[in-house]
Write a protein that binds this ligand. Structure first.
Ligand SMILES: *Cc1c(COP(=O)(O)O)cnc(C)c1O
Length: 380
């Protein structure tokens, strides 16, 4: 089956009990045993749930991995993956990861004795130099949040193989429609399904896709032991969203490309970050490893917080909100919103300036979106 077909037909569908075309929401905590030690495959919904299982199988198939696991949020998925480590282990992480990821690493995992090096993963030598005897994991985002930096997955996977590191990619921005990290040798894929996979801004959720039986068993063990799993209803919503993932992503990208080109040609705009632009430093690698460039565009209009605020307050169609990946277009001020938990000096070093605005380009008519940006830029 091809991607679009998997998105609709993966998992056990139609429902084997009554033929429902929409997967039933198994809203139950527990399952009746047929006898001591004898179940029909399920015993308790924290451990496993049939609705969740359909979502997990679907995401695993879309990513081309071994198994999938659905979590309450993207952060629950990430926290669970971090528990593959133990005190004394060292992690190399991209420096421009999602603000909540940075906070989990810096302000939670560090207290448990896990060490971190944050690094721009754009140079093989730099990455290899950061490897220590206790380095266990390499964590990355590509395109990254909010700067849309591109990491060369072949390079990273090669370094990881050489030094026996577990590679984890947060594939929330690209989605498997545009990027399938497993094909490059990445070990674990994590998602905030809150974003594009669900796609309608009406659920928070997360996912992990594994590539070996050993990792699958360990992630399933941790999910059950930590209780970080997703609810059946949330799984059902994400499943419904995934059915239209391919056509949504195509349109997000088409709209984002038009918005990026418009912004790049506007005299007020200092810098546009979109991997689909030929001027983007990661464009060639993105073209090589991705099927498309996604729906997020960031830019600097020149000036700082005040100018950014003025621009954002003038927008009519783009809503000022965190999150991304929904049908409705959103704009946000990364430094004070999605990346508020990153210390100021770190933001400056990374390039998350006070003038940086991130757009989640939605599925509205792109001419309306550009008109909205245009009037806000003119009147700011
Ligand atoms: C939103 C987001 C997360 C966190 O996911 P939640 O569902 O909000 O917990 C992680 N990574 C990226 C890239 C995100 O955009």
């Amino acid at each position: 089956m091809r991607f679009e077909t998997i998105a609709i037909h993966a998992g056990q569908r139609p429902d084997p009990a009554f033929g429902a075309i929409s997967p039933p929401i198994y809203q139950t905590s527990t399952f009746v045993f047929e006898g001591v030690g004898k179940t029909r495959g399920y015993d308790y919904s924290r451990t496993a749930n049939p609705t969740r299982k359909i979502l997990e199988d679907t995401i695993a198939r879309l990513e081309g991995g071994k198994a999938g696991f659905a979590f309450a949020t993207g952060m629950a998925a990430e926290a669970t993956v971090m528990h593959l480590l133990k005190a004394g282990d060292h992690v190399i992480s991209g420096d421009d990861v999602y603000g909540g990821t940075f906070r989990l690493f810096q302000n939670v995992m560090r207290d448990f004795g896990v060490e971190f090096t944050f690094l721009r993963l754009d140079d093989r030598r730099k990455v290899e130099e950061a490897v220590r005897p206790n380095t266990r994991m390499l964590w990355l985002e590509t395109p990254s949040n909010p700067l849309l930096n591109i990491v060369d997955l072949e390079m990273v996977a090669d370094v990881a193989r050489k030094h026996k590191l577990l590679t984890v990619i947060d594939n929330t921005f690209a989605t498997p429609y545009f990027l399938r990290p497993v094909e490059f040798g990445i070990d674990l894929v994590v998602h905030s399904t809150t974003k594009y996979l669900n796609g309608h801004c009406d659920v928070v959720g997360g996912a992990v896709v594994t590539t070996t039986d050993e990792l699958s068993q360990r992630v399933q063990f941790l999910l059950n032991a930590m209780g970080t799993c997703a609810s059946p209803f949330d799984c059902w919503l994400v499943l419904r969203g995934i059915e239209t993932l391919p056509i949504r992503m195509k349109q997000h990208e088409q709209n984002a490309t038009a918005v990026a080109r418009y912004l790049a040609g506007h005299p007020r705009i200092k810098k546009v970050f979109y991997p689909g632009l030929e001027s983007h430093p990661g464009h060639a690698i993105a073209r090589k490893q991705m099927k498309g460039f996604g729906g997020i565009v960031s830019f600097e209009a020149g000036g700082g917080l005040e100018e950014a605020n003025s621009f954002l307050s003038k927008l009519k169609l783009f809503s000022l909100a965190e999150s991304l990946g929904g049908a409705s277009s959103l704009a946000e001020h990364a430094a004070t919103m999605s990346h508020a938990s990153m210390p100021r000096e770190f933001k400056e070093k990374t390039g998350i300036t006070d003038g940086l605005i991130r757009l989640s380009v939605g599925l509205e008519n792109v001419d309306d979106l550009i008109e909205d940006l245009d009037q806000a830029l003119t009147s700011m």
